[in-house]
Design a protein around this ligand. Structure first.
Ligand SMILES: [Zn+2]
Length: 272
């Protein structure tokens, strides 16, 4: 069945790697590591299944952002021809190149739970090496929430989040109506009950059709300013060499900084 076959439908897909079917170990996630090249195949296959599913329901435009590490993990020669691909990483305002309010929805594929989540595969927020915990206006936040806010700035709702079971429940905590899809059940940071990638690819058409049909219920994720982002860093020396003005950027203790700004985008541009 075609969902809204007559209308133009544009989707922005942001893809991380930790929640992709078949991925559970650090060695699969870091360029140069023993299992990384094989994991890129898993990533590319899953993205291609997502793009094909969007085409099947009548998408007129699909943009895929490679959001893992330095932003170039997909195997370029094997990319589905129906999408455009956003590679590399810039500041927050350019994280999703080409994004504007004409997109119908965003899909967060292969995501992971925020830093500090118990029994979640590769839980972290943006950088496992530098950031231990983030709170935006007093609310704990991870990559699902931050990216949903960036899409929300353009009025674009998140329609689907995929990853392990903790990823799915974290998504529901911000986005109660979002469709979630579990590619694995986490038992630890590097342990889980993994579904066969092939069975996951086979299920995407149904999942994506359901997620897009549910669009009317999904509101863009937005928060009112002014904004205060508290970040706990992993080590004091990450902060010792930096200047804090004591107003917009306040060092609270050895490892914590509070950043504030009236504009969320300005704030995220400063810290990301
Ligand atoms: Zn990642």
């Amino acid at each position: 069945m075609n969902v809204g076959k007559d209308a133009e439908m544009k989707f922005y897909v942001s893809v991380d790697m930790e929640g992709i079917a078949g991925i559970v170990m650090r060695e699969q996630l870091i360029p140069g590591e023993r299992l990384y090249e094989e994991a890129r195949v898993l990533l590319t296959n899953e993205v291609n299944a997502v793009v094909q599913s969007l085409v099947d329901i009548g998408a007129s435009q699909v943009v895929v952002k490679d959001a893992h590490y330095f932003g170039l993990n997909l195997l370029i020669n094997q990319l589905h021809p129906a999408a455009d691909y956003c590679f590399g990483g810039l500041k927050a305002s350019e994280r999703f190149a080409g994004l504007d309010s004409s997109f119908d929805g965003a899909l967060l594929i292969g995501y992971h739970a925020m830093a500090g989540t118990q029994r979640a595969i590769r839980d972290h927020t943006m950088t496992a090496v530098h950031w231990q915990r983030l709170e935006l206006n007093g609310q704990s936040i991870g990559e699902i929430g931050l990216d949903a806010l960036l899409f929300g700035l353009y009025g674009v709702p998140v329609l689907l989040v995929t990853g392990d079971d903790k990823t799915c429940s974290e998504a529901k905590s911000y986005l109660p109506e979002v469709t979630t899809y579990q590619t694995k059940k986490a038992y630890g940071r590097h342990a889980g009950l993994i579904r066969s990638p092939k069975s996951v690819y086979a299920e995407y058409p149904t999942i994506i059709e359901r997620a897009v049909q549910n669009k009317a219920k999904c509101a863009p994720f937005q928060m009112n300013g002014p904004f205060e982002l508290a970040i706990r860093y992993t080590s004091t020396d990450l902060l010792d060499g930096r200047y804090f003005d004591g107003v917009k950027d306040k060092r609270i203790d050895g490892q914590s900084v509070v950043y504030s700004d009236a504009s969320l985008l300005e704030l995220l541009n400063r810290v990301m």
